[in-house]
Design a protein around this ligand. Structure first.
Ligand SMILES: [Zn+2]
Length: 339
């Protein structure tokens, strides 16, 4: 995707639990460190993405941090897309601390990012979250070929920098001009709009409407039952809520599914896909949950975690969680996170 030789003769991976801050891995150019959890048997999705992300840093060893981290997130998702032909999606929940990259830069000046071990994980995550959203918006607007043109032009600048892989620091204008060349002058307004939305923060990123307006069909024929009720709680067994304050909840909320069933004979397994959307128009989490239904029960309750990782704050805004069996939506919840 960079159209350039891999910048190192060997990838050395050091698997260690001792990593700075909340990082799953770090690329030091001489080697990559990754947490033991990347073992594919433990967290299959996470591990592939984390390994791709760290390897992408061989091409993306640069500043600003949002370009390096957002770029590595995008590259990891792009690599998966090339291998599996699934669409490229964002992988981070929305940024809770800033609406735009320029706001993030003022909250968190670039020279302080060396101290990543001491950085608030919610703030640190925003580099990934906002960075990958800008990249993916550019990718959708430009299409693959032209997107890669801008991307490769920026890498060529890095590769020519004296003593690469020193951390080359891009000026915001250098990044914008590389993408502008990919867009072509005639399409400059479109680029400026993307920049207003994700970099300058002068345009709203909120997308109108509902991500998936198709009606939910709650039946689950495979278990002769269905989803009776779907709602959000702040703890397993907690009361249903339609909204909660970002100041009150750190980390997961729970999608609670109450279901009925009539399984006969032996236990049955059913795999449901859980998709989480926020108002910025990106589905930010998509994963499968396999539930085992026992014949002696007539129903039960399943709790599914929603939202940012433990220790990270929710971004205020509207959210949707959808449950699919195959292509059929079987449950949905909409909720609001207030500041
Ligand atoms: Zn990284």
């Amino acid at each position: 995707m960079f159209n350039a030789p891999f910048p190192t003769p060997a990838v050395v991976i050091h698997v260690t639990p001792y990593l700075a801050g909340a990082a799953a891995g770090t690329n030091y150019q001489t080697h990559v460190t990754l947490k033991p959890e990347i073992d594919a048997n433990e967290k299959p999705e996470f591990s592939v993405h984390s390994v791709f992300h760290e390897i992408a840093h061989y091409y993306l060893y640069a500043r600003p941090t949002w370009y390096a981290e957002g770029g590595a997130e995008f590259a990891a998702s792009y690599a998966r897309h090339v291998l599996t032909h699934t669409p490229i999606e964002v992988t981070n929940s929305p940024c809770s601390e800033a609406k735009s990259l320029s706001e993030l830069e003022t909250l968190f000046p670039e020279d302080s990012s060396d101290a990543s071990a001491n950085i608030d994980p919610s703030l640190w995550q925003c580099y990934y979250s906002l960075g990958e959203r800008l990249m993916l918006t550019l990718y959708h607007a430009l299409g693959e070929e032209r997107f890669l043109q801008g991307w490769r032009e920026l890498y060529a600048t890095l590769a020519q920098a004296p003593a690469y892989p020193s951390e080359y620091e891009f000026e915001e204008v250098e990044l914008r001009v590389a993408w502008l060349r990919a867009f072509g002058r005639l399409n400059q307004p479109e680029l400026e709009q993307i920049w207003d939305r994700w970099y300058r923060g002068t345009a709203s990123f909120v997308v109108d409407g509902v991500p998936d307006p198709s009606p939910a069909d709650a039946s689950l024929p495979a278990i002769k039952g269905g989803v009776d009720r779907a709602y959000v709680t702040l703890s397993p067994d907690g009361p249903a809520v339609n909204s909660f304050s970002a100041g009150d909840v750190t980390g997961w909320a729970y999608l609670t599914l109450e279901y009925s069933q009539r399984v006969e004979g032996s236990a049955r397994e059913l795999t449901l896909e859980i998709v989480e959307h926020s108002e910025d128009g990106f589905p930010y989490s998509r994963r499968d949950v396999t539930i085992t239904f026992q014949p002696q029960h007539a129903g039960g309750t399943q709790w599914i975690s929603l939202g940012p990782q433990p220790g990270q704050r929710w971004a205020p805004g509207r959210y949707w969680a959808y449950v699919y069996e195959g292509v059929r939506k079987v449950a949905e919840v909409e909720f609001e996170v207030t500041p």
